[in-house]
Design a binder for this molecule. Structure first.
Ligand SMILES: [Cu+2]
Length: 139
């Protein structure tokens, strides 16, 4: 009886671990933003420990983009930095559980990195934990 209980507990733990890992995987599929009826490419983005979802975003050049970003849960502070002056993009903000909106019009094709700049003391930065992504601006 004891062994059975132990085995079932172990299996449960393994399952939870596997499920947790699967859930933690950021969306690897590139997300191609559609141009809405308002002429804006809207991207709803979720941030958390340690990911942005989606993490690979494709938008069209010279068409306005609206990022709507919120933090999923928890008390760990997160931020969003996307600095691409060559494409006329400049975001540097703290995020919260309330949705925040960032609008810009990418003016040059290219691949631009975005990331969370947060870091606690001597620990690895969130970016080093994988909290980063790519904004791909295409013709
Ligand atoms: Cu973060």
């Amino acid at each position: 009886m004891k062994l059975q209980r132990f085995l079932s507990l172990t299996l449960t733990l393994i399952f939870c671990f596997a499920a947790g890992r699967a859930a933690a995987q950021p969306g690897n599929e590139p997300y191609r933003a559609a141009v809405g009826v308002d002429g804006v490419q809207q991207v709803n983005m979720l941030a958390g420990g340690y990911f942005f979802r989606p993490s690979h975003i494709i938008v069209k050049v010279d068409v306005p983009v609206r990022f709507v970003v919120r933090v999923e849960q928890g008390i760990v502070p997160h931020g969003l930095v996307l600095k691409a002056p060559e494409a006329n993009i400049s975001i540097n903000a703290d995020l919260s559980r309330e949705s925040q909106t960032f609008t810009f019009t990418p003016s040059a094709p290219g691949r631009y990195a975005f990331y969370c700049p947060k870091k606690l003391l001597f620990f690895k930065s969130h970016r080093e934990h994988g909290m980063e992504g790519i904004l791909e601006v295409v013709e």
